[in-house]
Design a protein. Sequence first.
Length: 120
Amino acid sequence: MSAAYVNFPIMKLNFLFQEDNSPVHTAHKVKNFLQTSKIKLLEWPTKSPDLNITEDVWKLLSDLVYDGPPYQNKASLAERIKDVITEVNQRKRNIIQNLYVGMRSRLCKVLIRQGGLCNK
């Protein structure tokens, strides 16, 4: 990351940055950038339940796009991506809706790990 990013207006806002503590997301270069930019990190326990359903959606899309033989060119890949988006919107929307429904369970797991209580 370049120091030029520090000049972006969003960096001047008061916010907490969240990362999931995965080693691939906590490279020294990133840690140094966050520290020198004085960006506050949200304390997040390792191995906590994942609350970001975006990762689940990306996995769904990726599995559908790459299920089959390798693509021969960008155009065929782009066409498949369009087809997958249509497929998800028309026939697999319930999978994404179920991710939203499952948020309560995910949040309860976080509360339980922190000593909180969650009644079903």
